[in-house]
Design a protein around this ligand. Sequence first.
Ligand code: FAD
Ligand code: UDP
Length: 394
Amino acid sequence: AASGPDLVVVGSGFFGLTVAERCASELGLKVLVLERRHHLGGNAYSEVDPATGVEVHKYGAHLFHTSNEKVWSYVNRFTAFTDYKHRVFGKYQGQVYSLPMNLGLINQFFGKSHTPQEARELIASQASEIKSEDVTNLEEKAISLIGRPLYEAFIKGYTAKQWQTDPTELSADIITRLPVRYTFENGWFSDTYEGLPVDGYTAWLTRMADHPKIEVRLETDFFDVAEEFKGKVPIVYTGPVDEYFGHSEGRLSWRTVDLEESVEEVDDFQGTGVVNYNDYDVPYTRIIEFKHFHPERVKTHLPGRTVIVHEYSRFAEEGDEPYYPINTAEDRRTLLRYRELAQQEPMVLFGGRLGTYKYLDMHMAIGSALSMFENKLRPHFAEGAPLTSGGVDE
Ligand code: FAD
Ligand code: UDP
């Protein structure tokens, strides 16, 4: 029909909205975004909690950071960023340490001061227990990087809680980038740009969708309306890839996080945004206190109260939100079969964290959507190139 969309986007997270915005603004296409939740924005969605006046990230704390110039200049069209710099503290056996591992933590943990050179020598001698070429799992990898005492305090219990799997059975690449700094620098990220959207994630995401050629249809599951669009109009699908194919090749495994939100009757609960709980016998992995992400909003935060979230990690079952791909050897075999099916699916591109079964930070989801636009969608709509899913995960 004359009024039908030129492109259907399934999912209104950062991936879907970036594709929709580019296609509407650059190519003048009419884009229909289908979203099954009651709100747009995917997992980056946030709301102001009425009891405290504090912005709460409803699907877990979201900190924006990137070193990608293209992504940084793109996101700045829709929002300004504060100068928030993320820091994480870790509680272990009644003490609080400043993460990631740095000179401050090393001095405090070993109860004496070290110069950078002394700290390097100490950690090198503790790490020499395992040679890096002999590493076969996460535990050995961690010990080969930081030595057994720091591993046992800060990694072993936290990782076991986060993955419910013994660290000797986990893949070493989960912590390949584990930083150890021989300075007092304690910023959590090492990217060029970092900050939080000045007026919140939902305002940012809403502005991305605010275009006369974009319609976002909420509370609409693609699978309920698929017959209207499949094979008739190009589709960018950002839902779970196994669900698209009716789980024909089996289910991909995910971890979910139970987020237990509460309002505490104190001005300040923990003095900072994120405290990790590194002891194994504390059941939660971390506590988030959202007001600390926006110190500049102190006047709009109600005094005497604060909203916090305890995070508990576990395997996702049917009906749970899929958060982190587990990526076992079995998952990787299953994913390859879905990729083959995806390539044969006419006029459908798969993208985003669920569509590619990859943990993507926000800047990666946006960067990957910009690439899909330049490499697949623009050539198709502007020059008639065929739409195929080859290289789903570029
Ligand atoms: P999503 O945001 O998941 O969006 C997919 C959308 O598709 C959802 O809204 C879903 O409802 C919809 N959908 C699925 N199936 C259908 C269907 N059949 N019909 C209609 N709609 C459908 N990134 C960072 O950069 N910094 C962080 O600090 C950070 N913290 C995170 C913490 C947690 C706990 C998690 C889980 C992620 C975090 N991320 C963080 C990653 C960030 O959430 C992702 O990069 C981002 O969500 C990816 O966007 P997306 O569009 O690919 O997927
Ligand atoms: N990790 C850890 N102790 C910590 C923080 C992280 O052992 O205090 C390990 C753990 O295995 C975790 C991984 O590092 O799964 C990545 O942690 P990060 O906090 O970056 O993950 P997030 O849950 O925020 O994605």
